[in-house]
Design a protein around this ligand. Structure first.
Ligand code: AKG
Ligand code: FE2
Length: 506
Protein backbone atom coordinates (compact mmCIF):
# COMPACT_ATOMS: atom_id res chain seq x y z
CA UNK A 1 0.00 0.00 0.00
CA UNK A 2 1.32 3.40 -0.96
CA UNK A 3 0.34 6.67 0.61
CA UNK A 4 0.20 9.50 -1.89
CA UNK A 5 0.85 12.47 0.35
CA UNK A 6 0.32 16.18 -0.05
CA UNK A 7 3.42 16.56 -2.21
CA UNK A 8 2.02 14.17 -4.82
CA UNK A 9 0.29 15.91 -7.74
CA UNK A 10 -3.01 14.15 -7.15
CA UNK A 11 -3.16 14.92 -3.48
CA UNK A 12 -2.13 18.52 -4.09
CA UNK A 13 -4.82 18.96 -6.75
CA UNK A 14 -7.41 17.54 -4.43
CA UNK A 15 -6.48 19.68 -1.48
CA UNK A 16 -6.52 22.80 -3.61
CA UNK A 17 -10.25 22.43 -4.26
CA UNK A 18 -12.31 24.16 -1.63
CA UNK A 19 -15.40 22.42 -0.50
CA UNK A 20 -18.65 24.26 0.01
CA UNK A 21 -20.33 23.46 3.29
CA UNK A 22 -23.16 25.87 3.67
CA UNK A 23 -24.87 28.84 2.16
CA UNK A 24 -27.03 31.55 3.55
CA UNK A 25 -29.12 34.34 2.17
CA UNK A 26 -31.94 36.75 2.57
CA UNK A 27 -35.27 36.83 0.80
CA UNK A 28 -38.59 38.59 1.07
CA UNK A 29 -41.82 36.79 1.97
CA UNK A 30 -44.38 36.97 -0.83
CA UNK A 31 -47.41 37.02 1.47
CA UNK A 32 -47.97 38.02 5.11
CA UNK A 33 -46.13 35.40 7.14
CA UNK A 34 -48.17 32.89 9.07
CA UNK A 35 -47.75 29.37 10.34
CA UNK A 36 -50.74 27.45 9.14
CA UNK A 37 -51.58 24.70 11.61
CA UNK A 38 -52.93 21.35 10.57
CA UNK A 39 -56.41 21.83 12.03
CA UNK A 40 -56.32 24.74 14.40
CA UNK A 41 -56.21 27.84 12.27
CA UNK A 42 -53.07 29.87 11.74
CA UNK A 43 -50.49 31.71 13.79
CA UNK A 44 -49.89 35.05 12.13
CA UNK A 45 -46.36 36.43 12.36
CA UNK A 46 -47.23 40.02 13.21
CA UNK A 47 -44.12 42.17 12.85
CA UNK A 48 -45.89 45.04 14.62
CA UNK A 49 -46.58 42.81 17.60
CA UNK A 50 -43.67 40.40 18.11
CA UNK A 51 -44.59 39.74 21.75
CA UNK A 52 -48.12 38.77 20.82
CA UNK A 53 -46.77 36.59 18.02
CA UNK A 54 -44.44 34.76 20.37
CA UNK A 55 -47.22 34.34 22.92
CA UNK A 56 -49.44 32.67 20.31
CA UNK A 57 -46.59 30.38 19.26
CA UNK A 58 -45.78 29.42 22.84
CA UNK A 59 -49.40 28.44 23.42
CA UNK A 60 -48.90 25.72 20.79
CA UNK A 61 -45.41 24.64 21.83
CA UNK A 62 -43.77 21.84 23.79
CA UNK A 63 -40.17 21.34 24.97
CA UNK A 64 -37.78 20.21 22.22
CA UNK A 65 -35.74 17.07 22.94
CA UNK A 66 -32.48 15.81 21.50
CA UNK A 67 -31.30 12.36 20.58
CA UNK A 68 -28.53 10.40 22.21
CA UNK A 69 -28.02 7.02 20.62
CA UNK A 70 -31.29 5.17 20.89
CA UNK A 71 -32.79 7.51 23.43
CA UNK A 72 -34.57 10.84 23.27
CA UNK A 73 -33.80 13.20 26.15
CA UNK A 74 -34.83 16.56 27.46
CA UNK A 75 -31.94 18.42 29.01
CA UNK A 76 -31.73 22.22 28.98
CA UNK A 77 -27.96 21.96 29.28
CA UNK A 78 -27.94 20.44 25.78
CA UNK A 79 -30.93 21.95 24.07
CA UNK A 80 -33.10 24.63 25.51
CA UNK A 81 -35.84 25.31 23.02
CA UNK A 82 -39.51 24.74 22.37
CA UNK A 83 -41.13 23.45 19.25
CA UNK A 84 -44.62 23.62 17.83
CA UNK A 85 -46.60 20.54 18.70
CA UNK A 86 -47.97 20.50 15.15
CA UNK A 87 -44.47 20.78 13.71
CA UNK A 88 -44.53 18.04 11.07
CA UNK A 89 -47.90 19.22 9.77
CA UNK A 90 -47.39 22.98 9.74
CA UNK A 91 -47.11 25.09 6.60
CA UNK A 92 -45.35 28.46 6.37
CA UNK A 93 -47.39 30.97 4.42
CA UNK A 94 -45.37 33.61 2.59
CA UNK A 95 -42.30 31.48 1.98
CA UNK A 96 -41.51 28.31 0.12
CA UNK A 97 -37.94 27.08 -0.49
CA UNK A 98 -38.67 26.05 -4.08
CA UNK A 99 -40.79 29.07 -5.00
CA UNK A 100 -38.25 31.52 -3.59
CA UNK A 101 -35.35 29.93 -5.45
CA UNK A 102 -33.64 28.93 -2.21
CA UNK A 103 -33.75 25.26 -3.08
CA UNK A 104 -32.08 25.89 -6.44
CA UNK A 105 -29.31 27.84 -4.69
CA UNK A 106 -28.74 25.07 -2.21
CA UNK A 107 -28.74 22.40 -4.92
CA UNK A 108 -26.14 24.23 -6.95
CA UNK A 109 -23.84 24.13 -3.99
CA UNK A 110 -24.61 21.02 -1.97
CA UNK A 111 -26.19 18.67 -4.50
CA UNK A 112 -24.93 19.50 -8.01
CA UNK A 113 -26.23 16.29 -9.61
CA UNK A 114 -29.54 15.66 -7.95
CA UNK A 115 -32.56 17.83 -7.27
CA UNK A 116 -33.54 18.26 -3.64
CA UNK A 117 -36.87 18.37 -1.88
CA UNK A 118 -37.45 20.35 1.30
CA UNK A 119 -39.80 19.02 3.97
CA UNK A 120 -40.77 21.29 6.85
CA UNK A 121 -39.83 19.34 9.94
CA UNK A 122 -39.82 21.74 12.85
CA UNK A 123 -40.74 25.16 14.13
CA UNK A 124 -38.53 26.06 17.07
CA UNK A 125 -38.73 28.84 19.58
CA UNK A 126 -35.61 29.70 21.56
CA UNK A 127 -36.53 31.84 24.58
CA UNK A 128 -33.94 34.07 26.27
CA UNK A 129 -31.27 31.64 27.49
CA UNK A 130 -32.26 29.16 24.76
CA UNK A 131 -29.50 27.32 22.89
CA UNK A 132 -28.54 23.99 21.31
CA UNK A 133 -25.04 22.54 21.81
CA UNK A 134 -22.86 21.36 18.98
CA UNK A 135 -24.44 18.43 17.18
CA UNK A 136 -25.13 16.89 13.82
CA UNK A 137 -28.62 16.41 12.58
CA UNK A 138 -30.11 12.97 12.90
CA UNK A 139 -30.71 11.53 9.45
CA UNK A 140 -34.38 10.87 8.82
CA UNK A 141 -33.52 8.44 6.06
CA UNK A 142 -30.78 7.61 3.61
CA UNK A 143 -31.77 10.47 1.30
CA UNK A 144 -31.36 13.24 3.83
CA UNK A 145 -28.58 15.53 2.73
CA UNK A 146 -28.87 18.72 4.69
CA UNK A 147 -30.88 21.10 6.75
CA UNK A 148 -32.40 24.44 5.82
CA UNK A 149 -33.11 26.90 8.61
CA UNK A 150 -35.33 29.93 8.04
CA UNK A 151 -35.22 32.63 10.68
CA UNK A 152 -38.51 34.45 11.21
CA UNK A 153 -38.09 38.23 11.42
CA UNK A 154 -38.78 38.61 15.13
CA UNK A 155 -36.42 40.78 17.16
CA UNK A 156 -33.88 38.99 19.32
CA UNK A 157 -30.19 39.13 20.04
CA UNK A 158 -27.69 36.29 20.29
CA UNK A 159 -28.64 32.81 19.14
CA UNK A 160 -26.21 32.73 16.21
CA UNK A 161 -26.23 29.51 14.22
CA UNK A 162 -22.60 28.48 13.88
CA UNK A 163 -21.03 25.64 11.95
CA UNK A 164 -17.74 23.99 12.72
CA UNK A 165 -15.55 22.13 10.32
CA UNK A 166 -12.05 21.19 11.30
CA UNK A 167 -10.95 23.88 13.69
CA UNK A 168 -12.94 26.72 12.16
CA UNK A 169 -16.23 27.87 13.64
CA UNK A 170 -18.32 30.46 11.87
CA UNK A 171 -21.69 32.06 12.17
CA UNK A 172 -23.93 31.44 9.20
CA UNK A 173 -27.15 32.87 10.57
CA UNK A 174 -27.01 35.82 12.89
CA UNK A 175 -29.55 37.61 15.01
CA UNK A 176 -31.80 40.16 13.40
CA UNK A 177 -30.45 43.19 15.27
CA UNK A 178 -29.75 45.46 12.34
CA UNK A 179 -27.90 42.81 10.42
CA UNK A 180 -30.27 42.76 7.49
CA UNK A 181 -30.70 46.49 7.14
CA UNK A 182 -28.19 46.97 4.34
CA UNK A 183 -28.33 43.47 2.92
CA UNK A 184 -29.32 43.14 -0.70
CA UNK A 185 -32.52 41.22 -0.68
CA UNK A 186 -31.48 38.20 -2.74
CA UNK A 187 -27.79 37.97 -2.16
CA UNK A 188 -26.54 34.54 -1.19
CA UNK A 189 -23.28 33.83 0.56
CA UNK A 190 -21.62 30.52 -0.02
CA UNK A 191 -19.52 29.29 2.82
CA UNK A 192 -16.47 27.34 1.77
CA UNK A 193 -14.48 25.28 4.15
CA UNK A 194 -11.36 27.35 3.67
CA UNK A 195 -13.05 30.72 3.50
CA UNK A 196 -11.10 33.18 5.62
CA UNK A 197 -12.75 33.79 8.96
CA UNK A 198 -13.14 37.52 8.46
CA UNK A 199 -15.41 37.10 5.45
CA UNK A 200 -17.40 34.26 6.90
CA UNK A 201 -20.96 35.12 7.67
CA UNK A 202 -20.58 38.53 6.09
CA UNK A 203 -21.95 39.41 2.71
CA UNK A 204 -18.58 39.38 1.03
CA UNK A 205 -18.17 36.61 -1.43
CA UNK A 206 -15.09 34.63 -2.16
CA UNK A 207 -13.36 35.64 -5.37
CA UNK A 208 -14.91 33.98 -8.36
CA UNK A 209 -16.28 30.96 -6.59
CA UNK A 210 -19.33 32.21 -4.82
CA UNK A 211 -22.26 33.20 -6.94
CA UNK A 212 -24.74 35.89 -6.32
CA UNK A 213 -28.30 35.28 -7.27
CA UNK A 214 -29.12 37.60 -10.13
CA UNK A 215 -31.92 39.97 -9.45
CA UNK A 216 -32.58 43.05 -7.49
CA UNK A 217 -30.41 44.20 -4.65
CA UNK A 218 -32.86 46.36 -2.81
CA UNK A 219 -32.41 47.04 0.84
CA UNK A 220 -33.81 44.22 2.90
CA UNK A 221 -37.05 45.43 4.41
CA UNK A 222 -37.50 44.72 8.11
CA UNK A 223 -39.66 41.68 7.40
CA UNK A 224 -37.03 39.86 5.32
CA UNK A 225 -36.33 36.20 5.96
CA UNK A 226 -32.79 35.09 6.57
CA UNK A 227 -31.97 31.50 5.78
CA UNK A 228 -29.02 29.12 5.95
CA UNK A 229 -28.51 25.61 4.65
CA UNK A 230 -25.74 23.16 5.44
CA UNK A 231 -24.83 19.51 5.08
CA UNK A 232 -26.49 17.48 7.83
CA UNK A 233 -23.14 16.03 8.89
CA UNK A 234 -21.64 19.45 9.53
CA UNK A 235 -21.43 20.14 13.23
CA UNK A 236 -23.51 23.10 14.24
CA UNK A 237 -24.73 24.84 17.35
CA UNK A 238 -27.08 27.62 18.42
CA UNK A 239 -25.46 30.13 20.73
CA UNK A 240 -27.34 31.41 23.72
CA UNK A 241 -30.18 33.82 22.96
CA UNK A 242 -29.70 36.97 25.01
CA UNK A 243 -32.93 38.85 24.44
CA UNK A 244 -36.22 38.27 22.70
CA UNK A 245 -37.30 35.02 21.14
CA UNK A 246 -35.53 33.39 18.22
CA UNK A 247 -38.01 31.52 16.02
CA UNK A 248 -36.86 29.27 13.18
CA UNK A 249 -38.56 27.00 10.72
CA UNK A 250 -36.36 24.05 9.78
CA UNK A 251 -36.60 21.85 6.69
CA UNK A 252 -34.98 18.52 5.96
CA UNK A 253 -33.32 18.65 2.56
CA UNK A 254 -33.41 15.30 0.82
CA UNK A 255 -32.33 13.91 -2.51
CA UNK A 256 -35.32 13.57 -4.81
CA UNK A 257 -34.03 11.11 -7.39
CA UNK A 258 -34.41 13.70 -10.17
CA UNK A 259 -31.12 14.37 -11.94
CA UNK A 260 -29.64 17.83 -12.23
CA UNK A 261 -26.91 19.23 -14.47
CA UNK A 262 -23.99 20.55 -12.42
CA UNK A 263 -23.51 24.26 -13.02
CA UNK A 264 -19.81 24.32 -12.29
CA UNK A 265 -16.94 21.95 -12.90
CA UNK A 266 -15.65 21.86 -9.37
CA UNK A 267 -13.60 18.70 -9.76
CA UNK A 268 -11.76 19.89 -12.88
CA UNK A 269 -8.32 20.40 -11.23
CA UNK A 270 -8.44 16.88 -9.85
CA UNK A 271 -9.66 15.37 -13.11
CA UNK A 272 -6.88 17.09 -15.03
CA UNK A 273 -4.25 15.93 -12.54
CA UNK A 274 -5.57 12.38 -12.70
CA UNK A 275 -5.54 12.43 -16.50
CA UNK A 276 -1.87 13.47 -16.37
CA UNK A 277 -1.06 10.69 -13.88
CA UNK A 278 -2.81 8.10 -16.04
CA UNK A 279 -0.72 9.21 -18.99
CA UNK A 280 2.45 8.82 -16.91
CA UNK A 281 4.24 5.77 -15.54
CA UNK A 282 4.29 6.46 -11.80
CA UNK A 283 0.74 5.73 -10.72
CA UNK A 284 0.16 2.02 -9.96
CA UNK A 285 2.25 0.69 -12.88
CA UNK A 286 0.89 -2.83 -12.32
CA UNK A 287 -2.66 -1.57 -11.98
CA UNK A 288 -4.64 -1.46 -8.75
CA UNK A 289 -6.97 0.70 -6.78
CA UNK A 290 -6.68 4.36 -5.93
CA UNK A 291 -8.55 5.28 -2.76
CA UNK A 292 -9.80 8.77 -1.99
CA UNK A 293 -11.10 9.20 1.55
CA UNK A 294 -14.30 11.24 1.38
CA UNK A 295 -14.94 14.37 3.34
CA UNK A 296 -18.68 13.99 3.67
CA UNK A 297 -20.23 11.06 5.40
CA UNK A 298 -22.85 9.00 3.69
CA UNK A 299 -25.93 7.71 5.42
CA UNK A 300 -26.48 3.98 5.55
CA UNK A 301 -29.39 2.14 7.04
CA UNK A 302 -28.48 0.14 10.09
CA UNK A 303 -28.69 -3.54 9.45
CA UNK A 304 -28.56 -3.29 5.69
CA UNK A 305 -26.36 -5.60 3.70
CA UNK A 306 -25.85 -3.26 0.81
CA UNK A 307 -22.99 -0.84 0.97
CA UNK A 308 -23.32 2.70 -0.31
CA UNK A 309 -23.33 3.43 -4.02
CA UNK A 310 -21.92 6.35 -6.00
CA UNK A 311 -25.21 8.16 -5.73
CA UNK A 312 -24.86 8.18 -1.95
CA UNK A 313 -21.73 10.34 -2.09
CA UNK A 314 -22.29 13.95 -1.23
CA UNK A 315 -21.00 17.25 -2.51
CA UNK A 316 -17.45 17.33 -3.80
CA UNK A 317 -16.93 13.61 -3.12
CA UNK A 318 -19.52 12.76 -5.75
CA UNK A 319 -17.92 15.21 -8.19
CA UNK A 320 -14.55 13.51 -7.71
CA UNK A 321 -16.05 10.10 -8.35
CA UNK A 322 -17.64 11.44 -11.53
CA UNK A 323 -14.26 12.84 -12.56
CA UNK A 324 -12.85 9.31 -12.41
CA UNK A 325 -15.73 8.00 -14.45
CA UNK A 326 -15.28 10.73 -17.01
CA UNK A 327 -11.75 9.38 -17.54
CA UNK A 328 -13.16 5.92 -18.20
CA UNK A 329 -12.23 4.43 -14.82
CA UNK A 330 -14.33 1.98 -12.92
CA UNK A 331 -15.38 3.78 -9.75
CA UNK A 332 -16.81 2.21 -6.59
CA UNK A 333 -17.48 3.15 -2.99
CA UNK A 334 -15.79 1.48 -0.04
CA UNK A 335 -16.87 1.80 3.55
CA UNK A 336 -14.19 2.48 6.06
CA UNK A 337 -13.54 3.59 9.55
CA UNK A 338 -11.43 6.50 10.53
CA UNK A 339 -10.39 8.39 13.56
CA UNK A 340 -12.01 11.28 15.21
CA UNK A 341 -11.03 14.71 14.03
CA UNK A 342 -7.54 15.62 15.08
CA UNK A 343 -8.56 18.90 16.62
CA UNK A 344 -11.07 17.28 18.91
CA UNK A 345 -8.91 15.26 21.26
CA UNK A 346 -10.64 12.12 22.26
CA UNK A 347 -11.20 11.36 25.88
CA UNK A 348 -9.84 7.86 25.84
CA UNK A 349 -11.55 6.95 29.05
CA UNK A 350 -14.86 7.74 27.40
CA UNK A 351 -14.36 5.38 24.51
CA UNK A 352 -16.95 2.69 24.62
CA UNK A 353 -15.43 -0.34 22.95
CA UNK A 354 -18.55 -2.39 23.44
CA UNK A 355 -20.46 0.15 21.42
CA UNK A 356 -17.78 0.27 18.78
CA UNK A 357 -17.87 -3.48 18.53
CA UNK A 358 -21.61 -3.38 18.14
CA UNK A 359 -21.36 -0.73 15.44
CA UNK A 360 -18.78 -2.63 13.49
CA UNK A 361 -20.86 -5.78 13.65
CA UNK A 362 -23.46 -4.07 11.45
CA UNK A 363 -24.02 -6.10 8.29
CA UNK A 364 -23.57 -2.93 6.26
CA UNK A 365 -20.03 -2.75 7.58
CA UNK A 366 -19.22 -6.33 6.74
CA UNK A 367 -15.52 -6.82 6.33
CA UNK A 368 -14.61 -4.40 9.06
CA UNK A 369 -14.93 -7.00 11.76
CA UNK A 370 -11.20 -7.27 12.20
CA UNK A 371 -11.21 -3.70 13.38
CA UNK A 372 -12.83 -4.79 16.56
CA UNK A 373 -9.69 -6.66 17.39
CA UNK A 374 -7.70 -3.74 16.13
CA UNK A 375 -9.61 -1.45 18.45
CA UNK A 376 -9.41 -3.81 21.36
CA UNK A 377 -5.70 -4.07 21.01
CA UNK A 378 -5.56 -0.37 21.51
CA UNK A 379 -4.26 0.62 18.11
CA UNK A 380 -7.20 2.86 17.38
CA UNK A 381 -6.75 4.54 20.70
CA UNK A 382 -3.06 5.02 20.20
CA UNK A 383 -3.73 6.49 16.84
CA UNK A 384 -6.36 8.83 18.18
CA UNK A 385 -4.08 9.93 20.98
CA UNK A 386 -1.38 10.66 18.42
CA UNK A 387 -3.51 13.38 16.78
CA UNK A 388 -2.23 12.64 13.31
CA UNK A 389 -2.47 15.73 11.13
CA UNK A 390 -4.19 13.76 8.41
CA UNK A 391 -6.94 13.06 10.91
CA UNK A 392 -7.77 9.88 9.20
CA UNK A 393 -7.27 6.24 9.88
CA UNK A 394 -8.06 5.62 6.28
CA UNK A 395 -4.47 5.21 5.18
CA UNK A 396 -3.95 2.66 7.90
CA UNK A 397 -7.08 0.70 7.55
CA UNK A 398 -8.43 0.87 4.09
CA UNK A 399 -5.87 -0.42 1.76
CA UNK A 400 -4.76 -3.90 0.97
CA UNK A 401 -1.08 -4.49 0.47
CA UNK A 402 0.46 -4.27 -2.91
CA UNK A 403 -2.05 -3.10 -5.40
CA UNK A 404 -3.61 -0.12 -3.70
CA UNK A 405 -2.71 3.51 -3.23
CA UNK A 406 -4.37 5.82 -0.77
CA UNK A 407 -4.58 9.44 -1.59
CA UNK A 408 -3.94 11.38 1.58
CA UNK A 409 -6.45 14.17 1.76
CA UNK A 410 -5.77 16.95 4.20
CA UNK A 411 -9.42 17.70 4.57
CA UNK A 412 -10.74 14.18 4.88
CA UNK A 413 -13.17 14.85 7.67
CA UNK A 414 -12.65 11.47 9.07
CA UNK A 415 -14.79 10.46 11.94
CA UNK A 416 -15.61 7.15 13.39
CA UNK A 417 -18.50 5.35 11.88
CA UNK A 418 -20.32 5.43 15.13
CA UNK A 419 -18.91 8.60 16.46
CA UNK A 420 -20.98 8.47 19.56
CA UNK A 421 -18.58 5.75 20.63
CA UNK A 422 -15.69 8.11 20.62
CA UNK A 423 -17.02 11.58 20.96
CA UNK A 424 -15.90 13.13 24.19
CA UNK A 425 -18.31 16.04 24.05
CA UNK A 426 -21.33 14.15 22.85
CA UNK A 427 -23.26 13.68 19.66
CA UNK A 428 -26.76 14.93 19.67
CA UNK A 429 -29.21 14.62 16.89
CA UNK A 430 -32.58 16.21 17.08
CA UNK A 431 -34.18 12.94 18.00
CA UNK A 432 -32.74 9.58 18.79
CA UNK A 433 -31.74 7.51 15.82
CA UNK A 434 -32.63 3.91 15.46
CA UNK A 435 -32.23 3.13 11.83
CA UNK A 436 -29.56 5.24 10.20
CA UNK A 437 -25.85 5.65 10.62
CA UNK A 438 -23.42 8.13 9.25
CA UNK A 439 -20.51 6.30 7.71
CA UNK A 440 -17.19 7.31 6.33
CA UNK A 441 -16.44 6.04 2.89
CA UNK A 442 -13.70 6.20 0.31
CA UNK A 443 -14.02 6.40 -3.45
CA UNK A 444 -12.24 3.53 -5.15
CA UNK A 445 -10.93 4.09 -8.64
CA UNK A 446 -9.66 1.07 -10.51
CA UNK A 447 -6.42 2.05 -12.25
CA UNK A 448 -5.42 -0.15 -15.20
CA UNK A 449 -1.83 -1.35 -15.50
CA UNK A 450 0.67 0.48 -17.70
CA UNK A 451 0.09 -2.17 -20.37
CA UNK A 452 -3.67 -1.65 -20.27
CA UNK A 453 -3.04 2.09 -20.37
CA UNK A 454 -1.05 1.54 -23.57
CA UNK A 455 2.17 2.72 -21.91
CA UNK A 456 4.30 -0.41 -22.30
CA UNK A 457 6.76 -0.38 -25.21
CA UNK A 458 6.37 -3.53 -27.35
CA UNK A 459 9.40 -5.78 -27.05
CA UNK A 460 11.66 -5.31 -30.08
CA UNK A 461 11.13 -8.18 -32.53
CA UNK A 462 13.70 -10.98 -32.12
CA UNK A 463 14.93 -12.29 -35.49
CA UNK A 464 16.47 -15.72 -35.99
CA UNK A 465 17.76 -17.78 -38.93
CA UNK A 466 17.25 -21.49 -39.70
CA UNK A 467 19.42 -23.35 -42.19
CA UNK A 468 16.44 -24.70 -44.12
CA UNK A 469 13.46 -22.31 -43.40
CA UNK A 470 15.39 -19.06 -43.62
CA UNK A 471 14.71 -15.95 -41.46
CA UNK A 472 11.83 -15.49 -39.07
CA UNK A 473 10.54 -13.68 -35.94
CA UNK A 474 10.31 -15.36 -32.51
CA UNK A 475 6.70 -15.60 -31.34
CA UNK A 476 7.27 -17.41 -28.03
CA UNK A 477 9.61 -19.59 -26.05
CA UNK A 478 8.64 -22.96 -24.61
CA UNK A 479 10.55 -25.38 -22.44
CA UNK A 480 10.00 -29.01 -23.19
CA UNK A 481 11.84 -31.41 -20.86
CA UNK A 482 15.37 -30.05 -20.90
CA UNK A 483 15.08 -28.49 -24.33
CA UNK A 484 14.31 -24.86 -25.10
CA UNK A 485 11.91 -24.61 -28.04
CA UNK A 486 11.14 -21.43 -29.98
CA UNK A 487 7.99 -20.80 -31.93
CA UNK A 488 9.05 -18.82 -34.99
CA UNK A 489 6.97 -17.16 -37.68
CA UNK A 490 9.11 -17.47 -40.80
CA UNK A 491 9.05 -14.94 -43.56
CA UNK A 492 7.20 -17.47 -45.76
CA UNK A 493 4.25 -16.96 -43.33
CA UNK A 494 4.52 -20.39 -41.65
CA UNK A 495 4.86 -20.79 -37.86
CA UNK A 496 7.19 -23.61 -36.75
CA UNK A 497 8.25 -24.96 -33.36
CA UNK A 498 11.97 -25.70 -33.37
CA UNK A 499 14.78 -26.52 -30.99
CA UNK A 500 16.69 -23.42 -29.93
CA UNK A 501 20.00 -24.92 -30.92
CA UNK A 502 19.00 -25.11 -34.63
CA UNK A 503 18.46 -21.35 -34.70
CA UNK A 504 20.99 -18.51 -34.79
CA UNK A 505 20.24 -14.98 -33.60
CA UNK A 506 20.36 -12.23 -36.19
O1 AKG B 1 -32.18 26.66 15.29
C1 AKG B 1 -31.46 26.48 14.31
O2 AKG B 1 -30.98 27.41 13.66
C2 AKG B 1 -31.11 25.10 13.89
C3 AKG B 1 -31.75 24.09 14.74
C4 AKG B 1 -31.05 22.80 14.70
O3 AKG B 1 -29.85 22.72 14.64
C5 AKG B 1 -31.83 21.58 14.72
O4 AKG B 1 -33.04 21.64 14.84
O5 AKG B 1 -31.22 20.52 14.60
FE1 FE2 C 1 -29.36 20.75 14.08
Amino acid sequence: MIRLTADSPLSAALDAISEPLACSGVCAPDAPLALVLADDGELVVDLADPDGTVERLLAHAEPAPFGDHERTHFDPAVRRALRLRDRGRVRLRGFDPARHGVLAEVEALLSPRERLVAALTDVQIYPPGGHFVRHRDTPRDGDMLGTLVVLLPLPHSGGDLTIREGDVTRAILRDSSGAASDAPIREVVHVFEDMPEETAGSREVRGGEARTVPGDSREAPPGALRWAAFFADVEHAIDVVRDGHRVVVTYALSRSGAPREPTDDRAAPFREALARELAGRELLPNGGVLLLPCTRRVIVPRGSNAGPALRDLRGLDRELAEAGRALGLEVRVRQCVAASEADAPVDLAAVDLARLREALAEPSLAGLGELVTFAEEGHVLEYLAGGDAVSSLAPLLLARDGDESVLVRARARATLIHEACFSADGYFGNEHYDAWLHALVAVEMVIPSLAARGLVEPEPARRVRHAKFGDGTVVSEQRSDDNLMLVVRFDDGQERRLLRRFLVDL
